[in-house]
Design a protein. Structure first.
Length: 96
């Protein structure tokens, strides 16, 4: 027997939503409840944590290099990376 893992689907949706916030969080623009939500999730979700760490490093490098806000270009690339990782991590339906 192989039951449909709706719990996994659920978690994936939550991660997807979180990752949307993570790029904002890493950029330092996230405040209040949203920020707490991200922090709490990162604490218990290793894959999102790894993602956040990677983004944080990218942002830190950018900040060092330009001491400015994350360029829209870099932000876009980070988002694309998140999207592709999400797509690779869990292929839902057929989108070839
Ligand atoms: Zn997660």
């Amino acid at each position: 027997m192989s039951p449909r893992t709706t719990a996994v689907d659920d978690a994936r949706d939550r991660c997807r939503q979180l990752l949307e916030l993570v790029s904002t969080y890493v950029d330092g623009d996230l405040t209040g409840a949203d920020r707490r939500r991200v922090v709490a999730h990162l604490r218990q979700c290793p894959c999102c944590q790894a993602m956040a760490n990677g983004l944080e490093q990218t942002v830190a490098l950018c900040r060092q290099a330009r001491s400015a806000r994350l360029p829209a270009d870099v932000r876009k690339r980070a988002r694309a990376r998140i999207a592709s990782l999400l797509a690779a991590g869990g292929r839902r339906g057929s989108r070839a």
